[in-house]
Design a protein. Structure first.
Length: 336
């Protein structure tokens, strides 16, 4: 086969996404526009360690919608990947059974290390151009329940699309909101406690990743792209404008801080924020600011100035589809 058509589903703590794409030697070629639904599957999972009935039904409703789309296309494989919230839920088998009954495929509940590798694969897949940013790359996938930091692609010891080190932190927009930023707007004490929590996780991540080696930060996920759109001054989110744009720290830090301290009603007035992110995007913005600050401080110890990042629409979902398609083309079952 010269190409295959693959459908991929990325089911996270806050949102679920569908991609249908043709995969060949050149990469990904979308067949239908990406679909995103905010389902808040991880609602209260950090506290209760189980999915609520309401959250499960939201996931099933989105999956039934995806099934209708898939019925109109001939696909060679469907891969459904579930991440942080499903890893933590004691009733995840109920979720897996429900999804399998709707889509005919059982969810893969992948560990954080594999999530990190697939996110890096997706983000790096679009960087093989003459204008590619300087490597090594640190890909940061800031989700609802976890945040992956993945370093790779120095172009010498590590190929451009390969990981040299990665770590998954149990911090994200939903988890930090439910754990710390409870008031609306959050209090300064709640923010301070969240900062301590976030940095404890970053400390541990740096025990596994040489963050000081970073030459380029690439941020993926809804939180990162949303905050990037706001830093760009967009009144409505525009995927084409945000994807691949380099954002200066001095533009995004003030926006992150302002959105963090807004009430939900105030955030609702910002058209670039998806309605399903309004209540949690402040916590995500705080995580993003702390990650950027800490990585830039680490790089500075080696005399490297990091004062910007690249916002990318290509992350875990791209990696899921690309990895599946490549395995089909190669005739093997080895996963990333």
């Amino acid at each position: 086969m010269d190409s295959v058509t693959v459908a991929g589903v990325d089911c996270g703590t806050n949102s679920i996404r569908l991609m249908v794409a043709q995969v060949d030697a050149e990469g990904l070629h979308p067949v239908v526009p990406r679909m995103l639904r905010v389902i808040r599957l991880g609602q209260d999972v950090d506290k209760n360690h189980r999915f609520s009935d309401e959250a499960l039904e939201r996931a099933y409703a989105a999956s039934r919608e995806f099934a209708e789309v898939l019925n109109g296309h001939q696909i060679d494989a469907l891969r459904f990947v579930a991440t942080s919230a499903t890893r933590d839920a004691t009733n995840r088998m109920e979720f897996e059974d429900g999804i399998e009954s709707i889509l005919g495929v059982r969810p893969e509940v992948i560990p954080g290390s594999q999530e990190a590798a697939l996110s890096f694969l997706g983000a790096s897949s679009v960087l093989n151009t003459p204008q590619a940013p300087k490597a090594p790359y640190l890909v940061v996938d800031l989700g609802g329940g976890s945040t992956e930091m993945v370093l790779g692609g120095d172009g010498v010891r590590t190929p451009a699309n390969k990981v040299s080190a990665g770590y998954s932190m149990d911090i994200g927009s939903v988890r930090m909101t439910e754990r710390h930023l409870i008031d609306d707007p959050p209090t300064e004490r709640q923010i301070d406690e969240a900062v301590v929590d976030i940095n404890q996780h970053i400390d541990e991540a740096f025990n596994h990743i040489d963050a000081a080696a970073t030459a380029t930060i690439i941020g993926v996920s809804g939180t990162v792209t949303t905050m990037s759109a706001l830093a760009m001054g967009l009144e409505q989110y525009d995927r084409a404008q945000v994807d691949g744009t380099r954002i200066a720290f001095d533009r995004v830090f003030p926006v992150n801080d302002r959105v963090l301290r807004m009430s939900r009603k105030q955030r609702a007035g910002l058209g670039a924020i998806h309605p399903g992110r309004i209540d949690v995007v402040g916590a995500g913005a705080l995580v993003w600011s702390e990650v950027l600050r800490r990585v830039s401080e680490a790089a500075a110890t080696r005399g490297v100035v990091l004062d910007s990042y690249i916002a990318s629409e290509h992350g875990l979902l791209d990696g899921i589809v690309l990895d599946c398609g490549r395995r089909l083309l190669a005739g093997n079952d080895e996963v990333a």
